[in-house]
Design a protein around this ligand. Sequence first.
Ligand code: FEO
Length: 168
Amino acid sequence: MLSKNIETALNKQVRIEAESSQIYLSMASWAETHGLEGISKFMYAQSDEERMHMLKIVKYINERGGHAQVSELKAPKTTYDTFQEMFQELYNHEVFVSESINELVHLSFLEKDYATHNFLQWYVAEQVEEESQAKTILDKINLIGDDKGGLYLFDRDIQQINNNGTII
Ligand code: FEO
């Protein structure tokens, strides 16, 4: 059985993951309307992943005798000035999510809820990957800068991440 504290904190994470999914969906749509199909596909896939992250927590809360809450979400930004700005925001957001997961892990430890502590280890590992992937992409985008040809090639390369799950 989850303590009220842990249940509330997990529900907060449900909202964060749902908001992440909406943010990446919005990024996917923006990229699609700017003719960058590879980036758009990548962001649609990221959005789906975040929904999966959210669902995992929903199921866990209910399995442990709590009640997962589906709440109102903050509206994501719908436009970006540049792709650099968009990927910087993606990276910043993943850093924020990692901090939130770390706080949750800490709380589960303080409350001696080792089942939740164990459940969260998957998220700890996932965040290491997501942050690292976002950083790799951001570094590349910053290198490309305003070079349209570079962006075109990057748009093609980023599809490799979707196909085989590796970082370019
Ligand atoms: Fe579910 Fe990308 O954090």
